[in-house]
Design a binder for this molecule. Structure first.
Ligand code: SAM
Length: 202
């Protein structure tokens, strides 16, 4: 099932938007206050709550929130600026040259689970191409998003397993795993269903 993301934003059908940064990101900041630094890429940023949380970090010089939905980017851009954050409309699977090897860090949150499963290898390739060698992809990956009303095959969010994630990112040697844990802080309803991974771009 393919989703018209822009239409979802126009129609305000955005149940994933909680109006606040992802709790696993805030938890990670508490444990690693100064580690995220330089230029940061946020694919599938939606309204940019995570972008603005990252922009307030002391060692971050610039954050780019990137989304395929022009409406999401318009809404994100209309919110008050908190630091050096920018937004751009675009397709993660057709990144412009200015994004290549351009970032020290990337933050993933509910973009990987939103894309069609057959684009997951392309996602790994896109993140590898956006990060500088030695750069980090930090993500809260939604492992099991299913409930009574939403079952596998219904459309996004699509689940994954920890084994699949590690295999996808590390088998091709594009990334090495440096951190993996279940966050203790999550949005209500997602407790225990997410996994934080920190992957270093080889
Ligand atoms: C489930 S939403 C999550 C948004 C945001 N991370 C949040 O938590 O509110 C997935 C987002 O990915 C964006 N997206 C989907 N496919 C994309 C692509 N190929 N390139 C860039 N963004 C994409 C959608 O427009 C949407 O904003």
């Amino acid at each position: 099932m393919s989703v018209n993301w822009d239409q979802q934003y126009h129609e305000e059908q955005t149940p994933w938007d909680k109006g606040a940064p992802a709790p696993p990101l805030l938890e990670w900041f508490e444990a690693h206050p100064l580690e995220i630094q330089g230029r940061v890429f946020v694919p599938g940023c939606g309204l940019g709550h995570d972008v603005r949380a990252i922009a307030t970090r002391p060692e971050v010089t610039e954050v780019i929130g990137f989304d395929i939905s022009p409406r999401a980017i318009d809404l994100a851009s209309s919110l008050p600026r908190v630091g050096v954050e920018y937004y751009e409309t675009g397709d993660l699977f057709a990144l412009g040259a200015h994004h290549l090897a351009a970032y020290d860090w990337a933050w993933e949150h509910t973009c990987f689970c939103a894309i069609p499963i057959d684009l997951r290898e392309a996602y790994v390739e896109a993140m590898h191409s956006a990060l500088k060698p030695g750069g980090c992809l930090l993500g809260a990956f939604y492992l099991n998003p299913y409930d009574d009303e939403h079952q596998p095959g219904d459309g996004p969010p699509h689940g994954s397993t920890l084994d699949e994630l590690i295999d996808r990112f590390t088998a091709s040697e594009k990334f090495s795993l440096s951190e993996s844990y279940i966050p203790t802080r999550s949005y209500p309803g997602r407790e225990g269903l997410e996994q934080v991974l920190r992957l270093v771009r080889n």
